[in-house]
Design a protein around this ligand. Sequence first.
Ligand code: GLA
Length: 380
Amino acid sequence: MIEQAFQKIYGTAPEVIARSPGRVNLIGEHTDYNDGFVLPAAIDRAIEFGARRRADNVVHAYSIDFQDETEFSLDAIEKDDQHSWSNYLRGVLKFLQEDGHRLAGSDIAFGGNVPREAGLSSSAAVEVGAVALSMKLFNIELGPLEVIRLARRAENEFVNVPCGIMDQFVCALGKRDHALFLDCRDLTYRHVPLSGRVKIVVCDSGVRRALAASEYEIRLRQCRQAVAQLGTTGLAVKSLREIDLTDLEVASHSLTEVLLKRARHVVSENGRVLKAVRDLENGDLESFGKLMIASHESLRDDYEVSCKELDVLVELALKQPGVLGARMTGAGFGGCTVNLVRAGAAQPFAEAVKEGYHNATGLSAEVYVCEASDGALADC
Ligand code: GLA
């Protein structure tokens, strides 16, 4: 598909192509920037890239999704809010050069079917894909962690979104039919097989909240404050990852009510991820589903990052036959829920949730029955 699109835009075939998936997080929400545990999977929705070298120092970028184009020189890569879709690419190219890699001008086209601003990491898909594409086009050799760090740096320091490392990690290193269990403190990971008996069903609420960015930063700060205040009780830790619920209870007097709730979410969520991985490995999908439900409740009540529409989607999901678990996924305040549904029940589930959501809110939900897929580095 990208070959034809590239041909149409530039009149020749691309020299190299790359593909980078979106992701869904099964459990472990708002834990990555707390040095905690996450369990996402790359999905079968992706951004595809095509590129060819040019003789000059200019990058011509074409967005198939926006049907928009822009040009910039490699000599001075600046943020461009007129073509904000290009900033992920700009950031990646800028930092590749800063790291001493020699680039040249290129014609690039990209696009795909990862919904934007839906909490399925379309931005990480573009960043990781842009690194993979550059590696192929300019024969750059990078290890997986270098790719992931560079992609995240583009998001943190160029696009200026203070995300954790989960999204770029799984976009790069996801594996077909597997979830990825990642320890965000030391970045050790392992792939955990997903059972063929269940489907991952993603329901997009259609709600896009500008609020999400500022609330994300507030949560980040609150977690740091909680760590600092716990320190005054003698609980000298670097992150919420290092304590359990008993520690938290003993030291709870040092925290304001809000900080205690935030910390309780992170600490309990880390425990749920560890248990969820064991459940998946033991084939106990019922227990896994219950942990997803508990995760949603904790995100809704303690971390306060859900919204009415996501709660409606989860409530509806839990009434359907064959559902094992349901929760919001991603940063929150809109975007998607993730549901674990028995394979045979996935289609009727999708239809019933769509209809129920429309009746309850007047909004239309998109529903995607997803397969866990390979990350962008699978063919690098
Ligand atoms: C966004 C961020 C991730 C992570 C999630 C919440 O997707 O990009 O790093 O913090 O929110 O779990």
